[in-house]
Each structure stands twice: as structure tokens, then as C-alpha cells.
Ligand binder design. Structure first.
Ligand code: ZN
Ligand code: ZN
Length: 229
């Protein structure tokens, strides 16, 4: 049987967490403590529960915010937005849960003062972050410096004892059923193929939400929000 994630499971088995960070950065685009937290926390969950997702919804990951850590979670657990094994709860907490369908589950939450553990090892991370990201005032030179200290900070996260940066707890979960397969319709106005659950009937027509000027939800950097047309 093909096992496309074989290399990733081997890295997890051998405890090569820094290598997992470098692989996850290919997806994420930059190095940062957030990505490293997702990688490190997920590594612990996969290892402690011994759950390997094959992307068929038997193993599920739950994230409670959409920030950098989420890419680390998707990469290391194999539970992704695309394979319907990632559940997003818009709660604004940096916490990840891994679970099978039998109730074998564990949640890792980043402790409130976690950043102290890597900021002390990396000079000027928070100052640069504030200037470049929060205030958007940095020049190219500052941005380059931030990228450099971000990589150092992310590696520092990886090498920090996980008990210092995460609280682990057993949790009881309501796991949704396997994702339904929906039939498709062709919108009578724009002619585009659309999932039946995202259509509305208008007079004798079946319309997509855009053509019907209906609201829908979107996930952006602000979280999940309703969009009115
Ligand atoms: Zn990031
Ligand atoms: Zn349409």
C-alpha cells in the first residue's frame, strides 16, 4: 500500500522534531515561534496517542484559532483542511487536540507565559516583531533581521521541554460524523457547478449563493465571519 507520509512518520518515530519544523516551513513560508508550537505540540500528541492519520477522517485534529501554529498542526498530524480531518473551532486559543473516533484524545494548550522560554534565548525578538508586524513600520533591513531571529526563536521552541510550554489534558469530544458527499447542481444563472447544500431555489430556478445574493461564511485572518452580499 502507498504510504505518502511514511517519511513524516519516521521523523516522528525518531524524534527528529527540528527536521519536522524545516519540512513544515515549506508549507508555511517562513519560520516563526507559532509554526514551531504547532509542530512541537502536534509531535507530542501524535507520539503520545500513537495516531497516524491516512487522511481518511479516522484521525481528527481540532485547532482553536487560525494562526501560524495551524500549519504546523496540519503538516505533522496529516489532518488538513482539504481532507476534512481538521476541525476549526473559532475560540481564539492556541490549543490543539488530536483524537480517533473511539474517544482516544488529548489536548495540548500553549501555556500563558510560554514565550518567556524562547524570548530569553533570542535577542530582540519581541521588539522587532512589534515594529515589523504589529506596527508595520520596519524597513527591508528590519524585516530581514526579524526573519533571522524568528528562525532562531522557532528552533528554540523545538528544543524547549514540552512540559514547560504545553498543558496536556484528556478531553471528551463530540466528533462529527464522516463528511457527507453532496450532489452537485448547475446554477441556472451563472452555469457554474455548485454543491447542492450551497444553492437556493428562486421561483423555478436553482441558484448559487452568489447569484442569489445570499450570505455565506468565510474564514480570513479575522476568523469565521458571515458575509452579506
Ligand atoms: Zn508564521
Ligand atoms: Zn450562479
Amino acid at each position: 500500500m502507498m504510504e505518502p507520509r511514511k517519511e513524516i512518520w519516521e521523523l516522528i518515530e525518531k524524534g527528529k522534531v527540528e527536521e519536522l519544523l524545516h519540512r513544515a516551513a515549506v508549507l508555511h513560508g517562513h519560520y516563526c515561534p507559532g509554526l514551531a508550537l504547532g509542530v512541537k505540540g502536534s509531535y507530542e500528541l501524535v507520539k503520545r496517542l500513537n495516531l497516524k492519520s491516512d487522511g481518511m477522517e479516522d484521525v481528527l485534529a481540532i485547532v482553536e484559532t487560525n494562526n501560524c501554529s495551524t500549519d504546523g498542526v496540519q503538516f505533522v498530524t496529516g489532518c488538513s483542511f482539504g481532507n476534512n480531518s481538521l476541525i476549526f473551532r473559532d475560540l481564539g486559543k492556541t490549543a490543539f487536540t488530536l483524537s480517533d473516533r473511539g474517544g482516544n484524545s488529548l489536548r495540548a494548550r500553549v501555556v500563558n507565559d510560554a514565550s518567556g522560554h524562547w524570548e530569553e534565548k533570542v535577542e530582540d525578538f519581541s521588539g522587532l516583531f512589534e515594529k515589523v508586524v504589529e506596527k508595520r513600520e520596519g524597513d527591508e533591513d528590519d524585516k530581514e533581521k526579524l526573519m533571522d531571529v524568528s528562525e532562531k526563536a522557532s528552533v528554540a521552541v523545538i528544543h524547549t521541554d514540552s512540559e514547560k510550554i504545553f498543558d496536556f489534558e484528556k478531553v471528551e469530544l463530540d466528533i462529527p460524523d464522516y463528511a457527507p458527499i453532496h450532489e452537485s447542481h448547475i446554477c441556472d444563472q451563472c452555469g457554474e457547478k455548485v454543491m447542492a447544500t450551497r444553492t437556493v431555489e428562486r421561483d423555478a430556478d436553482v441558484l448559487c449563493l452568489s447569484c442569489a445574493d445570499e450570505g455565506y461564511s468565510e474564514l480570513t485572518g479575522y476568523g469565521i465571519q458571515g458575509v452579506e452580499w
